[in-house]
Ligand binder design. Structure first.
Ligand SMILES: [Zn+2]
Length: 311
């Protein structure tokens, strides 16, 4: 595993290239941010809930650009409408952005820009099979959907939601960083009896080759400082910290839907083995016992969702 949680490690340089509003089929509009960086050529993303969460690099004024240029790349306040001419001011909503005249940097104004508040965050690694090909080998698609839902709602059970604000950082590191081709080979080894960790090691890959430093850089660029991190993985708490700029103030667990419901979530032998490996081999903080969904009822206290505040 690539663990680069030491604060002195330099972060990658990231730059938000474009931002656009995406109406969704399930809830509020989201703002999709596409990032370039100095470590790889992949198009990493941030899925942002809330118009006022602003990328510093996107909104930075650039030499020679016009207001139209700014609107086209998404560096506007409020909402676009036909005929709008000013990016930095929305006359309909009475909002305007302020900039440092010398540097062109966005000045943080609480009326237009979210800052210094606890923000629900998920750092998600791309999973083509789980998100697009309906795979029941892992719970990535379910976790992705659940994270988005929690960001839209005020609360769900014991968990306080984002009430329309939050960030899903979407990193292009398929298969714990080994790529889709190698991941498919690992699946064949799993069908031959290996678990997730063993299969990666047999293919000469680390059990987990992901690198979350880009995620930290993207969160800082978005002006996020206090993270409420949606994860069951204790290592990820460290991955969301970069003091003094970024800190994880709370870990919010994500209990698999299939553990609390006989109807929702993924019910398959593969997913049970996958979750078992996460807990037993990778230290995920899911509740034991691991006699999975068939024996777990809604009233079982072991499935109770709790949040743990870090000090
Ligand atoms: Zn997956």
């Amino acid at each position: 595993m690539t663990l680069s949680s030491e604060p002195q490690d330099p972060l990658p340089v990231v730059k938000c290239v474009a931002r656009a509003r995406i109406p969704t089929t399930t809830g509020p509009d989201i703002f999709l941010h596409l990032y370039a960086n100095d470590r790889d050529t992949k198009e990493h993303l941030a899925i942002v809930f809330g118009e006022d969460i602003r990328s510093r690099t996107l909104f930075q004024r650039r030499r020679g650009e016009t207001q139209q240029d700014r609107m086209v790349r998404g560096a506007y306040v409020g909402k676009l409408f036909p005929g709008r001419t000013m990016a930095d001011m929305d006359e309909n909503l009475g909002m305007s952005l302020k900039f440092d005249e010398t540097s062109g940097s966005l000045l943080v104004d609480p009326k237009t820009t979210w800052h210094n508040q606890d923000t629900l965050v998920r750092i998600h690694s791309e999973c083509y099979t789980g998100e697009t090909a309906w795979s029941a080998r892992c719970d990535c698609g379910e976790q992705f959907d659940h994270a988005g839902k929690l960001m839209g709602v005020e609360r769900e059970g014991d968990i306080i939601g984002g009430s329309g604000r939050g960030v899903i950082v979407y990193l292009r590191q398929e298969g714990r960083g080994i790529g889709l081709g190698e991941k498919l080979k690992a699946y064949n080894l799993q069908d031959l009896g290996a678990d997730t960790v063993q299969a990666n090691l047999m293919l000469q890959h680390p059990a987990d080759g992901r690198d979350f430093s880009l995620g930290r850089a993207i969160l800082i660029d978005l002006g996020i400082s206090n993270v409420r991190l949606l994860t069951n993985n204790p290592d990820k708490v460290l991955q969301a910290e970069y003091p003094p700029y970024l800190q994880c103030v709370e870990r919010v667990p994500m209990v698999p839907l299939s553990w609390t419901s006989d109807h929702d979530g993924i019910h398959s032998a593969e997913i049970e083995g996958y979750l078992r490996t996460k807990v037993e081999r990778m230290g995920h903080l899911l509740q034991r016992p691991l006699k999975l969904h068939s024996s777990v009822s809604k009233s079982n206290p072991s499935t109770k969702v709790t949040t743990h505040t870090l000090v």
